[in-house]
Design a protein around this ligand. Structure first.
Ligand code: XMP
Length: 512
């Protein structure tokens, strides 16, 4: 049991960020829908509650509200933006639409703080905050005072310190709010009395104990892809139940250079059964003659499931199926409750054949950064923990057109060189995804004294927060130059290298 802060979600765009900021302060929190019932809230026994922002005005007919009884639980509350207005409105204040454009605030805003207020102690009397609101609090509820103001807004923050209620019109979770982290920290530690018991070390121990309790002497099956989530999940389960775990690692022959061996080696120190299924020929023959990208994806997805299924059958009765579901997946399911089997992002649907009693999702409370931290805590090597995303269909969607063994081999070598050069230049942390694509185009070149007629290889590198949109990475020319000349010299069959300078949208990250 961890001390818990409850974040009630009113639909604002930064809500996951609030949860991450709280966790970064070593306080466990859960982001739940605003409609969470009072008895459920009581059962969670939060040490503090945060209301998020949201797109509505409190006077909208469909505006989300809370049960006023929430204000009688004796639990401190911090309202952010809409959450601040909702608190004021519910407790008898008046929220008004800004009368003029100048009263609406959007963006970086110099803000003055009353540093006597517990929320703002020690942060200095003035700094920049990130505002994004049209409504403002025109009259404070009884018991409240204003504790921050900006040029346009006399109630940039409000508080009733006696009851532990605070509201900020700005967004402390956004990096543009200069002292945002300190303000959240003050709420958590000074107002809610948090001790900060959330660390990946303590999480690891608690998760291992709880997995052992749940699994008893049952058998656990996990599809290990070598991606961050499934690898960390495997390491945690290995630590918890060792021999009772079977990991099935389907080597479809579409992996990057040395990838299969690296994944296998990373798990060698645990006493687990790791089945590396060599299905390379099977996948290659399935892909023979197939050029259309969706066809490739479908065939790979289906074959993956079949192989997994066959391995499951060989194993006999399995009690538990483990999945590397992480917290953003849980939140995005809308109900904060992902007990149903989530379709596997990599393979388009996990088998429901396996005769299992329950699903185990030991990472379902963790954000990606936390999953990585847990992986380090468990002793997984850095290259596995910090690796970039890799699509389930693997190199098949980076070999344009028909996939053949030769093309895969060529791409693997070129891709390894590009990745190595990026890492050597220290860019592997700041560029979020980078890889090579083998095109079908052939061009004329000259090597030594001879003519060549070989393939064009494309390099792709992007920076992005969420992979929904992306910028092409501004890699220094000399790094591109080194990668290009090494590829043309070391990989026979490629005589020209191009760099993809398309953003997403309109491009996608992958070429197929
Ligand atoms: P796109 O190409 O859609 O890619 O812009 C966005 C991100 O998703 C990854 N991607 C996949 N990941 N299974 C996956 O697990 C897939 O089938 C798949 N297709 C694309 C891609 O590498 C990028 O990170």
């Amino acid at each position: 049991m961890h001390e818990t802060v409850l974040i009630l979600d009113f639909g604002g765009q930064y809500n996951q960020l609030i949860a991450r900021r709280v966790r970064e302060q070593h306080v466990y929190c859960e982001l739940r829908p605003f409609s969470m019932r009072l008895d459920e809230i009581k059962a969670l026994a939060p040490i503090g509650i945060i209301f998020t922002g949201g797109p509505r005005s409190v006077y909208d007919e469909t505006a989300p509200h809370v049960d006023p009884a929430l204000f009688h639980l004796g639990v401190p509350i911090l309202g952010i933006c809409y959450g601040c207005q909702l608190m004021a409105h519910t407790l008898g204040g008046i929220v008004s639409a800004a009368q003029s454009d100048t009263a609406r605030e959007y963006g970086k805003t110099p803000t003055h703080f009353d540093t006597g207020c517990r929320l703002f102690r020690g942060i200095g009397a003035e700094s920049v905050t990130w505002m994004s609101h049209g409504d403002y609090i025109a009259r404070l509820p009884e018991g409240f005072v204003s504790c921050a103001h900006s040029a346009a807004c006399p109630t940039a923050a409000i508080c009733d310190e006696r009851r532990g209620f605070y509201g900020v019109q700005f967004h402390p979770e956004v990096a543009h709010t200069e002292r945002g982290a300190d303000i959240l920290r003050s709420f958590l530690y000074d107002v809610c009395g948090a001790k900060g018991d959330w660390s990946m070390g303590s999480y690891k121990d608690a998760a291992i104990a709880s997995i052992r309790e749940q699994v008893g002497d049952g058998r656990v099956l996990l599809a290990l892809s070598g991606g961050v989530d499934s690898s960390v999940c495997a390491a945690l389960l290995a630590e918890a139940v060792g021999k009772q775990l079977t990991c099935v690692f389907v080597d479809h022959g579409l992996l990057r250079k040395n990838e299969g061996d690296e994944v296998e080696a990373a798990f060698a120190k645990w006493d687990i059964e790791l089945r590396r299924v060599n299905a390379q020929e099977r996948f290659l023959s399935l892909l023979a003659g197939v050029e259309e990208p969706e066809q490739k994806r479908k065939r790979i997805g289906e074959a993956f499931i079949r192989v997994f299924e066959e391995e499951g059958k060989k194993l006999g009765a399995v009690d538990f199926l483990a999945q590397g579901t992480i917290y953003p997946d849980v939140i995005e399911s809308g109900k904060g409750d992902a007990a149903v089997i989530k379709s596997h992002h990599n393979v388009g649907g996990l088998p429901d054949f396996v005769d299992f009693k329950e699903i185990i999702e030991p990472l379902r409370l963790l954000f990606k950064d936390e999953v990585r931290a847990l992986g380090r805590e468990l002793g997984l090597p850095e290259y596995l923990v910090s690796r970039q995303p890799f699509p389930g269909p693997g190199l098949a969607i980076r070999v344009l057109g028909e996939v053949t063994k030769d093309k895969l081999e060529l791409l693997r070598e070129a891709d390894a060189i590009f990745r190595e050069e990026l890492a050597n230049a220290g860019l592997d942390k700041s560029v979020n995804q980078y890889f090579a694509v083998l095109t079908n185009a052939r061009t004329v070149g000259v090597m030594g004294d001879g003519r060549t007629y070989d393939r064009v290889l494309a390099l792709r590198a992007v920076t992005t927060d969420d992979f929904m949109t992306a910028e092409w990475a501004r890699i220094p020319y000399d790094v591109l130059d080194r990668a290009s000349s090494r590829i043309v010299n070391e990989v026979s069959g490629v005589n020209r290298v191009v760099y993809d300078i398309t953003a997403k949208p309109p491009g996608t990250v992958e070429w197929e």
